[in-house]
Design a protein around this ligand. Structure first.
Ligand code: SAM
Ligand code: SF4
Ligand code: SF4
Length: 350
């Protein structure tokens, strides 16, 4: 009996019950990286000393085509995936990304969003919405222009990101999530600035603890601003209370402002790991399947895909990998785990 028959109740079912891993976690989310290139050089993600003019990005023929990505996405959906996130690198650098959005939006029951640094949104938001994109997450580390430029190592002004947020709003790609990486001695003042700025807008700021993802960003525990501190800083000014997760396995802990003016989230991968509820698979730009953000190695799907593997064969490969998964890096984080080689965020997709 094939994987299709056992798990999915026959090849005709578009969406099947989830496969589960060794810790009983279902496959629910897939983050798809569509490019390893970026127009920013955020110091915590793609430091310019490493990702400089000599850096070898993937060649065009190494990168999955839109057709290849959508075929794999449909197979992930048949194994239970419901949330698809297009990411990178900077996904809006990939030519005609709206075409991929259109193809993915055809997957029945799929929730589709895209994560971007926002500066290319004014030109693309409308086309993305027309193609079927539901929402965007926009990264913004500070409202202060010099802090934003410094953390992003970019000449793009903070106003260009704010223009991207407005364009997404006009196109109806809402509610917008704003991702803010908090790094000690870099942008701590952004915490209150951003809560204040986005109160009443309907957008949701999510503060992310600086993570030791990849090997190039010079991470140290001392530069992590813990979730408890972020919460205390906000709580000193605005009365807040925790609210329930939108769904099991949501990575951000949610809080609401008691005056009803909005909510924010905190992603505390370092101080409050959430591996127990981690239901995310990641597909790299060149078609490697990763089952953890901190993995050293992926499983090649591009090889079989280009060797004409049929759907059942691909389903068996993906399901087999997920069923053997026991990743829980953040729960095990220690001096020893920090030494293990980890793949870069810009390649695997954040
Ligand atoms: N370029 C797009 C962007 O910046 O939104 C999408 C890709 S980026 C890798 C996805 C997310 O990962 C961003 O919100 C970014 O802030 C976050 N990120 C990157 N490096 C990080 C790190 N070391 N710790 C925490 N978050 C990180
Ligand atoms: Fe580029 Fe996003 Fe990484 Fe910043 S976080 S360097 S915008 S991929
Ligand atoms: Fe998931 Fe790995 Fe992050 Fe744990 S460390 S939450 S398993 S991606």
């Amino acid at each position: 009996m094939t994987v299709t028959e056992t798990r999915l109740g026959g090849a005709s079912s578009a969406l099947g019950p989830p496969v589960v891993d060794r810790l009983r976690r279902p496959l629910h989310d897939v983050r798809i990286s569509v490019t390893d290139r970026c127009n920013f050089r955020c110091t915590y993600c793609m430091p310019r000393e490493v990702f400089g003019p000599d850096y070898q990005f993937l060649r065009r023929d190494e990168i999955l085509s839109f057709e290849e990505i959508s075929r794999l996405a449909a197979l992930f959906a048949r194994l239970g995936a419901r949330k698809f996130r297009i990411t990178g690198g900077e996904p809006l650098l990939r030519k005609r990304i709206d075409r991929l959005v259109k193809m993915l939006s055809g997957i029945e029951g799929a929730d589709l969003a895209l994560t971007t640094n926002g500066v290319l949104l004014p030109d693309q938001a409308e086309a993305l919405a027309v193609a079927g994109l539901e929402r965007v997450t926009i990264s913004l580390d500070s409202l202060e222009d010099h802090v934003h430029r410094q953390m992003g190592d970019t000449t793009a002004p903070v106003d260009s990101v704010l223009a991207g947020i407005s364009a997404a709003e006009r196109a109806g790609l809402t509610p917008i999530k704003i991702n803010t990486v908090v790094r000690r001695d870099c942008n701590e003042s952004a915490i209150l600035d951003l809560v204040r700025h986005f109160r009443g807008s309907g957008h949701i700021v999510r503060f992310i603890e600086f993570m030791d993802v990849g090997m190039t960003n010079g991470w140290s525990l001392g530069e992590v601003v813990p979730a408890d501190e972020i919460l205390a800083r906000i709580g000193e000014v605005y009365p807040i209370e925790p609210i329930d997760a939108n769904y099991p396995g949501e990575v951000a802990r949610r809080y609401r402002l008691l005056d009803g003016s909005g909510e924010f989230g905190i992603v505390a991968s370092v101080t409050r790991p959430f591996c127990g509820g981690c239901t995310r698979a990641r597909l790299s730009t060149d078609g490697q399947l990763f089952t953890c953000l901190f993995a050293s190695q992926g499983l090649d799907l591009r090889g079989p895909l280009r060797a004409d593997a049929d759907d059942d064969e691909l389903l068996a490969i993906i399901a087999g990998r997920w069923q053997s998964r026991n990743d829980r890096y953040s729960e095990l984080r220690s001096k020893a785990t920090v030494e293990i080689p980890r793949i870069e965020m810009s390649y695997i997709g954040g």
